[in-house]
Design a binder for this molecule. Structure first.
Ligand code: GLN
Length: 488
């Protein structure tokens, strides 16, 4: 078997038995990157030398008998996660040459296990978008069909995991940015509960919605990575002190006896593609066959989720992005004669059109006179959506739905219509508004051969249950064994 195609669990076993070394594994993944990256373009920075040094360190540690679950495992990071000494661009010109002076909490955790860090992955600028077309640098291609987008904003993370250019990746999810690209690329993606993983060193988009999570080729691998990055961090005031369960041990719990809520209205949505609808309904039948009980539920306010999110997220973003003023770090227009002109020119040159649009939307929604009509109203809708979920979780243990209304569109399909892109977030962003965890797991291929995912949602801090159900589904089906062809 090709080493780059191993799951983390398989690689860990081989490393443990000394059948392979971390150096061999890392070399195999770097060779894979050389072979397919020119066609996929998932990376913004590949730190090959550092990765080889990490691998040697991991081998030395294992030789001394020190082995953690991720020791020697090659992992790549969305370029919104700060890495000390390694350029972190957020897919933006304004941070094109930004080298963080510190590591994000999650990076420290990975390093403490002696994982091998491969580099930084492409994304929509500041994680705003669903396609990677809004990266200031280039568009990433879907490994299943390179004429299609990989999804976004963690499109580089999903494409790299799907194409064998890492064993797992970290992404961030503010409205669906882990689950949606995972679904489009046929990999597993988990957005943890808000507060489960520290956001220290994650460049902020919308601070009340952002979460870091794993993308990988199996549910178990997502569990391993979550285990490594979850837990309390005093440097992030929103990070929960709750104990972290043993996610790996929970995997075998299955779905027998669990009540799975199905929001009927989600499947009557006119915009829902027939292949996606059929695949997800079939997946729900599979869960029933595994012993789950299906209950119909209603989430009446989630239809207002897109409207509420696209007020709340830009409002928080315009505040968070105020720090890119050309003074402290990042791009600066040196030609400007005076301060205000410098601010204006820096931000005009440094931010792309989608980011500028969000800043304008947010500034408008927060301005005196409009605040009550927009931001306040959207926050009230958010509360209603949270209540919808708590009512639903009184009747069921998990909720099953599509991840996206359709398989990955062609590059350029959204054209100049941002609204079309925003509407495709309908199934994912309510989880962020409510702070609950969600997982995307492969459940089919469209007629055109593009991956389809199923989303499972649970109550706060129920990741173990979510992973167990997704694992049971994965083990009962063959979808996770299908790989994009991408012949070298
Ligand atoms: N597609 C959504 C947006 O554009 C979500 C992005 C995300 O989760 N980071 O805002």
């Amino acid at each position: 078997m090709d080493l780059y195609a191993l799951t983390i669990a398989q690689a860990h076993d081989l490393l443990k038995r000394r059948d392979i070394s971390a150096l061999e594994l890392t070399r195999a993944v770097l060779e894979r990157i050389d072979a397919v990256e020119p066609r996929i373009r998932a990376f913004l920075t590949v730190t090959a030398d550092q990765a080889l040094a990490d691998a040697r360190n991991a081998d030395a540690a294992m030789a001394r008998g020190h082995m953690a679950p991720l020791t020697g495992i090659p992992i790549a990071l969305k370029d919104v996660i700060c890495t000390q000494g390694v350029r972190t661009t957020c897919g933006s010109r304004i941070l094109e040459n930004f080298i963080p002076p510190y590591d994000a909490f999650v990076v420290r955790r990975l390093k403490s296990q002696k994982a091998v860090l491969l580099g930084k992955l492409n994304m929509d600028e500041f994680a705003m978008g669903s396609t990677t077309e809004h990266s200031a640098f280039h568009t990433t291609r879907n490994p299943w069909n390179t004429d299609h987008i990989p999804g976004g904003s963690s499109g580089g993370s999903a494409a790299a995991a799907a194409a064998g250019m890492c064993l797992a990746a970290l992404g961030s999810d503010t409205g669906g940015s882990i689950r949606q690209p995972a679904s489009h690329c046929g990999v597993v993606g988990l957005k943890p509960t808000y507060g489960r993983v520290s956001r220290f060193g994650l460049v902020a988009f919308a601070s009340s919605l952002d979460q870091i999570g794993p993308l990988a080729r199996s549910v178990a691998d997502c569990a391993w990575v979550l285990q490594a990055i979850a837990g309390h961090d005093g440097a992030d005031a929103t990070c929960a002190p709750d104990a972290v369960p043993d996610y790996g041990a929970a995997l075998s719990q299955g779905v027998r006896g669990l009540r799975i809520g199905v929001p009927k209205a989600y499947f009557a949505n006119q915009g829902l593609d027939a292949d996606v609808c059929a695949a997800v309904l079939k997946a729900i039948d599979t869960l029933e066959g595994l012993g789950a009980r299906i209950v119909e539920i209603d989430l009446p306010h989630t239809r207002y989720g897109v409207a509420a999110y696209y007020v709340i997220a830009p409002s928080e973003a315009c505040s968070n992005l105020a720090r890119y003023d050309g003074v402290r770090y990042g791009l600066r227009d040196e030609a400007a004669g005076e301060l205000l002109e410098m601010y204006r020119n820096t931000r005009r040159q440094g931010f792309g059109p989608e980011v500028q649009r969000r800043i304008l939307l947010g500034t408008y929604a927060l301005s005196a006179g409009y605040y009550d009509a927009y931001y306040r109203k959207a926050s009230q809708v958010r509360t209603l959506i949270m209540r919808d979920f708590s009512n639903a979780f009184a009747r069921c243990d998990l909720i099953a739905s599509p991840v996206t209304p359709a398989p990955a569109p062609r590059i350029g399909a959204h054209g100049d219509d941002p609204l079309a892109m925003y509407l495709s977030d309908i199934y994912t962003l309510s989880a962020n508004l409510a702070g609950i965890p969600g997982i995307a797991v492969p459940c089919g291929l469209s007629q055109a051969g593009l991956p389809i995912g199923m989303q499972l949602l649970s109550g706060h801090f129920q990741e173990a249950r979510l992973l167990a159900a997704a694992h049971a589904f994965e083990q009962a089906t063959e979808f996770h064994k299908k790989k994009p062809e991408l012949a070298p």
